[in-house]
Ligand binder design. Structure first.
Ligand code: HEC
Ligand code: HEC
Length: 387
């Protein structure tokens, strides 16, 4: 019992901390700052022992490894010797190489090279994929079949007569107050609580045009920072050097920082497809997929009644498959003519947290110094000085 508190602290903040540790580790190991060069580095140029992943961008390596770990439900040490990731001493690492080649071949030969089959397709969070269908674990409930049937019918009628993607995006913009009202918002200062597991800690979030945002989580160990200055993003946890965000993290941070997101949404998509309806909590929602050219698509779920955004799913790209980030928005309230969610839950395969706001102020002055990047640690400062 006495021990459970400190354990929890580690557990609850680990998802931010572990990322910082891993990224930090991978970078110092190679001694190269991934932002220093203009041409994207290849995995084999940055890492020591790359045999099957030659040619993939180096900065997709760690997200890719996280995808593999999540797919198998293991930690890095299942395959790697701690502190010497290039070593091939562990059998599962060698098996994984064969599996990677198998996965690429399956997709090449059967799906025109589209990445349809991933590690997760077979593994489903286990090292030992299940090949036999499970037996029925409970007695059949007569209502199950009927419920499914009526749901199916409803989904079909809705799809046939439902709104178009453009209509849903327009309705969302109107529901939050309309473009003119959104235009008047130039800053937002939020106070609230962030909950990881059963721990609550205070959080302050500052947003300012154009696309600046910083959130300060006041953990028992010190202040954790997630920031985006309109161009660069970074993460800081107490006692560790600041870590730069890359690719999809930046993409996501830019969306979170956009005070006019509802107005910009339509322009982000090259194609929008309404896929049907789904229940989110007690709400019926229309669910659409927005394609964004080269970037990963977004999935959006709009409340069928109010038109408000209930869920957004975005993806990080890895060579093995996409890593989802899901944000559920709730408790919409009106502040200065616009509706904003006072609560949201951000969930990833490796962790989740909920933020509940208690206080929101808009159009108050926010000092630009709040969004200034802290100085880089010495090793990186040398490389970055040319920038
Ligand atoms: C299921 C096995 C498996 C797991 C789990 C795994 N890896 Fe790997 N990892 C590999 C394989 C296989 C390679 C070599 C790929 C190649 O040869 O192209 C590799 C290579 C690497 C490399 C390059 C090392 C070098 O210098 O050559 C790094 C860094 C790495 N992994 C980090 C991680 C991290 C961090 C985690 C945990 C998030 C992790 N890996 C989890 C299988 C795994
Ligand atoms: C087509 C299905 C399929 C796909 C896709 C697949 N695996 Fe596997 N994998 C299996 C099966 C089945 C086994 C178990 C084989 C056995 O028991 O001998 C296995 C076993 C493994 C093992 C050995 C586990 C242990 O206990 O030692 C590793 C490591 C592994 N897979 C990694 C991966 C990685 C990494 C990917 C994605 C790049 C992947 N697998 C994709 C089917 C698959």
């Amino acid at each position: 019992m006495i021990n459970s508190k400190p354990m929890l602290v580690i557990g609850t903040f680990s998802f931010v901390a572990i990322c910082a540790v891993l990224f930090g580790f991978a970078q110092t190991q190679s001694g190269v700052s991934p932002v220093a060069d203009t041409a994207p580095k290849k995995a084999e140029e940055q890492f020591k022992n790359i045999q099957v992943l030659k040619g993939i961008p180096a900065d997709q390596m760690i997200p890719g490894m996280q995808f593999i770990s999540t797919s198998l439900g293991v930690e890095c040490e299942f395959c790697h010797v701690q502190g010497a990731l290039e070593k091939d001493d562990k059998k599962p690492k060698q098996t994984a190489r064969k599996m990677i080649e198998m996965m690429f071949t399956i997709n090449q030969e059967n799906f025109d090279g589209h990445r349809e089959v991933t590690c997760y397709s077979c593994h489903r969070g286990s090292t030992d994929p299940v090949g036999t269908p499970p037996v029925m674990a409970e007695d059949l409930k007569p209502s199950v079949g009927e419920a499914k049937k009526s749901e199916g019918i409803r989904a079909e009628t809705n799809e046939a007569s439902g709104p178009t993607g453009d209509q849903l995006l327009d309705k969302y913009l109107k529901a939050v107050g309309g473009a003119a009202a959104l235009d008047k918002v130039t800053s937002r200062v939020m106070k609230g609580t962030i909950t990881f597991g059963d721990r609550d800690v205070p959080i302050d979030i500052f947003s300012k045009d154009p696309d600046k945002r910083v959130s300060l989580t006041h953990t028992p160990d010190g202040e954790s920072v997630t920031a985006f200055d309109g161009h660069d993003g970074w993460l800081g946890v107490p006692g560790r050097p600041v870590r730069e965000m890359h690719g999809p993290d930046i993409d996501g941070a830019a969306m979170d920082a956009d005070l006019h997101f509802a107005a910009h949404l339509k322009g982000m998509f090259s194609e929008v497809q309404v896929r049907g309806t789904e229940k989110i909590g007690d709400h019926d929602a229309y669910f659409l997929v927005g394609r964004r050219g080269e970037k990963t698509p977004l999935r959006l779920y709009f409340d069928a009644q109010s038109g408000l955004l209930l869920r957004l799913i975005r993806y990080g790209e890895t060579p093995f498959g996409r890593m989802p980030t899901q944000i559920d928005y709730a408790d919409y309230r009106e502040v200065g003519g616009v509706k904003i969610p006072y609560r949201w839950t951000l969930a990833r395969p490796g962790g989740r947290f909920t933020i509940q706001l208690t206080e929101v102020k808009q159009n108050v002055p926010v000092d630009d110094a709040k969004f200034a990047k802290p100085p880089a640690p010495p090793a990186e400062a040398d490389k970055g000085s040319a920038k």
